[in-house]
Ligand binder design. Structure first.
Ligand SMILES: Nc1ncnc2c1ncn2[C@@H]1O[C@H](COP(=O)(O)OP(=O)(O)OP(=O)(O)O)[C@@H](O)[C@H]1O
Length: 290
């Protein structure tokens, strides 16, 4: 079933999950789950509360041990510890914001850049993914929080420059002018973008987004949709867990539906939306809106 709906623009297989079973004591959180995400593809993972979505993410990130089955990233076994994620080209956002409220916006994103230092470009010859806004000027960062001396000492082209990379990631998400502010001073939608910038600064080849649209209004969701499409257009594989079904159906190339830890549907959004098993899993609620 996985991979059947891989669109023509999708590249090599980035994430491959086969027969994934995770038990917590007597509870089967996942049973025999198969899932594929190709380079350049956006796959949505949906399902009712407790269906096992977060457990899939945790298994991919090495935070839970599979009871059975395999998870591979670019054909290699998935990292077994979080420290292996960045070198494997995997970045993740958290269900909550997961930001450090005492740090500035820039420092929060630098945390993501530091985690990849020496590793961001170690994930193969296919190069890092970035998602510059179309037409965005890369030469001037109006919100550059560094001093003139710092700017002189670190040219924007030095890719190993942690602050420079973090600033570029912020600029890509229209947050450059927020760099020096305490992150807690930003409105919630901008904090969500900071969390996304922190994942993107790692220049991932596989991006895991945990409820990226949670708490956002229509305008911010439209912007998020455009951002995810830009990221995927760089060849990055994107897997997103999301309760906002309309957003998922609009954005994703493929949608995988979990219920009680099992895959009950995997296909194009329009087919999944019409699938009676999916409607039933959502307790008869039409799968058109949350
Ligand atoms: N560490 C754990 N120990 C025991 N049970 C767990 C653990 N993590 C998850 N579970 C259980 O596994 C099942 C799947 O949980 P999971 O969080 O993956 O679901 P989910 O689809 O992400 O839910 P939600 O949409 O509410 O976030 C649930 O029954 C949950 O209570």
């Amino acid at each position: 079933m996985p991979g059947q709906e891989t669109p023509a623009h999708a590249g090599a297989m980035r994430l491959q999950v086969r027969g994934l079973t995770v038990r917590f004591g007597g509870l089967a959180a996942l049973t025999d789950v198969d899932l594929d995400v190709a380079d350049g593809q956006v796959v949505g993972l949906i399902g009712p509360n407790g269906a096992g979505k977060t457990t899939v993410f945790n298994a991919v990130c090495g935070l839970v041990r599979p009871t059975a089955g395999t998870v591979t990233v670019a054909g290699r076994p998935a990292p077994r510890t979080p420290s292996g994620l960045a070198p494997a080209g995997v970045a993740r956002t958290l269900q909550g914001l997961g930001l450090f409220p005492g740090l500035t916006v820039l420092e929060n994103v630098e945390v993501g850049a530091l985690a990849t230092r020496g590793g961001a470009h170690a994930h193969g010859p296919d190069g890092p993914a970035r998602a510059p806004r179309s037409g965005a000027a890369r030469t001037a960062d109006p919100g550059d929080a560094r001093t003139a001396d710092q700017r002189d000492a670190r040219t924007p082209d030095r890719r190993d420059d942690t602050a420079g990379r973090a600033l570029r990631a912020l600029a890509d998400l229209d947050l450059a002018d927020r760099a020096a502010l305490p992150v807690g001073a930003l409105p919630y939608p901008e904090q969500k973008r900071v969390a996304l910038a922190r994942a993107l600064v790692a220049e991932p080849r596989l991006l895991l987004l945990d409820e990226p649209a949670g708490g956002l209004g229509a305008a911010d969701i439209a912007e998020l949709d455009a951002t995810v499409r830009r990221v995927a257009a760089t060849g990055c594989a994107v897997l997103l867990v999301e309760h906002h079904v309309d957003f998922v159906m609009e954005l994703c190339d493929r949608v995988v539906v979990l219920d009680f830890g099992r895959v009950i549907a995997d296909g194009r959004p329009d087919a999944v939306r019409r699938d009676p098993a999916v409607t039933a899993a959502y307790l008869g609620i039409e799968v058109t809106a949350r």
